[in-house]
Design a protein around this ligand. Structure first.
Ligand SMILES: [Zn+2]
Length: 404
């Protein structure tokens, strides 16, 4: 495995945050089942500040059977994105559109409803691709690469719009993928690309945002450095609060720009300091829950998603938790990966009372507040919530805090 930065190609890559043996957080366990663990270590490029997982698990283990259809959880800002695409980047209903990793075709079908018919998709997860095809879309069930881009252009020409939403953060072979994007583009093509934004993660030292499926942690600077090598120029970018912060970029073909991405020394220094801030956040979580446990308090956890698992496992606090509750009935009776904590419906808080309920990290503070409002009766009966999305006094770092 090469030790070169995927963004700037520097060989000054160092282990940044070893998280130890961690599970596939998408796989909840059945009674008695032991999930596999794999080493999870974040690496840092000391030249450009890019944070990434250098040696992830095989991608087939993630995507061939655990990928959920997008239409189950459509993002709230999809309507807004369709309006932007139609208003700014397309001119005729016959414009050719290609979505890379189109999942079950949710986004392409939204464009079809908006009047566009010349639609193509590429999707690696078999069952998602099958659903997209069943909905009438033209979708190839493959991983996108330079070779797939060449094939597409040979068969169909250059699309007017290339869409890639929440894909690039999963891609290990960034050079092949981004060269593929540049092959797809001619002077008329717009690339509409969305990835999770590492800037708010860094600001809040939110270690729960680290996920074994996300092998790349981009901010706009690292994306610019990477794209520059392949002659793709970011023309516009903005952020939305989706899943803790998303970066939406639109790009055109431009000149090849080779930089080491390390010009911004302040950004680089902040990146180097982030490791200790992550460790401090984890330490604070551990100290809080350990102290409550030492007083004989019982503690439930609310939420069983990937972030929730990450929080419990990375901070090594699951031994202080009695059980997990979650609203999703499909998860009831299953067990959390690695910690083996049982997952129950929220009424367990009534039938098996606890003193505290930690609201494990959701994708936003708003969602955390919603949970606490909805289960206010837990507090009325004498329980107390613990927030994981509270803000430190300086308004930045996410901290753990007992409410009330
Ligand atoms: Zn780098």
């Amino acid at each position: 495995m090469s030790s070169v930065c995927r963004v700037c190609l520097s060989d000054k890559v160092v282990p940044f945050l070893p998280l130890g043996e961690q599970p596939n957080t998408m796989c909840l366990l059945r009674q008695g089942q032991q999930g596999q663990l794999m080493d999870l270590t974040l690496s840092l490029c000391e030249t450009c500040g890019f944070v990434f997982i250098k040696t992830p698990s095989k991608r087939e283990e993630f995507y061939d059977y655990v990928q959920l259809p997008t239409s189950m959880f459509p993002a709230e800002h999809i309507g807004e994105e369709i309006d932007e695409i139609v208003g700014e980047h397309l001119s005729s209903p016959s414009d050719m559109i290609l979505e890379i990793a189109c999942n079950d075709g949710y986004f392409l079908n939204a464009l079809r409803k908006a009047g566009y018919e010349n639609l193509y998709g590429i999707e690696p997860a078999r069952h998602c691709a099958k659903e997209a095809v069943a909905s009438g879309l033209n979708v190839r069930n493959v991983y996108f690469s330079k070779e797939e881009a060449e094939r597409f252009v040979r068969e169909h020409g250059h699309p007017r719009l290339v869409i890639s939403r929440h894909v690039l953060e999963h891609v290990q072979e960034l050079d092949s993928f981004v060269e593929g994007l540049s092959i797809l583009m001619d002077d008329q093509t717009t690339l509409f690309l969305e990835v999770p934004d590492f800037a708010p993660v860094e600001e809040r030292a939110d270690f729960s945002s680290i996920w074994e499926q996300h092998v790349n942690y981009f901010d706009v600077e690292s994306l610019r450095t990477l794209f520059g090598r392949f002659g793709i120029e970011i023309r516009k970018w903005r952020t939305v609060p989706f899943t803790g912060g998303s970066l939406i970029t639109t790009s055109k073909r431009g000149k090849r720009v080779l930089t080491d991405g390390g010009r911004d020394q302040k950004r680089l220094a902040a990146r180097l300091a982030l490791r200790d801030r992550f460790l401090e956040s984890m330490h604070a979580a551990r100290e809080c829950l350990k102290a409550l446990r030492a007083q004989g308090k019982k503690i439930a956890g609310f939420g069983s998603g990937a972030r929730c698992s990450g929080y419990l496992n990375f901070a090594d606090v699951y031994q202080y938790i009695d059980y997990i509750v979650d609203e999703d009935p499909r998860k009831h009776g299953l067990f959390m990966p690695k910690s083996n904590l049982g997952i129950f419906p929220p009424d367990r808080l009534v039938t098996h009372p606890v003193d505290y309920c930690i609201v494990l990290p959701f994708n936003s503070k708003i969602n955390e507040a919603k949970v606490m409002r909805k289960y206010q009766d837990f507090v009325d009966r004498g329980g107390r919530f613990i927030e994981t999305w509270a803000q430190a006094e300086d308004g930045t770092t996410a901290v753990i805090k007992v409410v009330g």
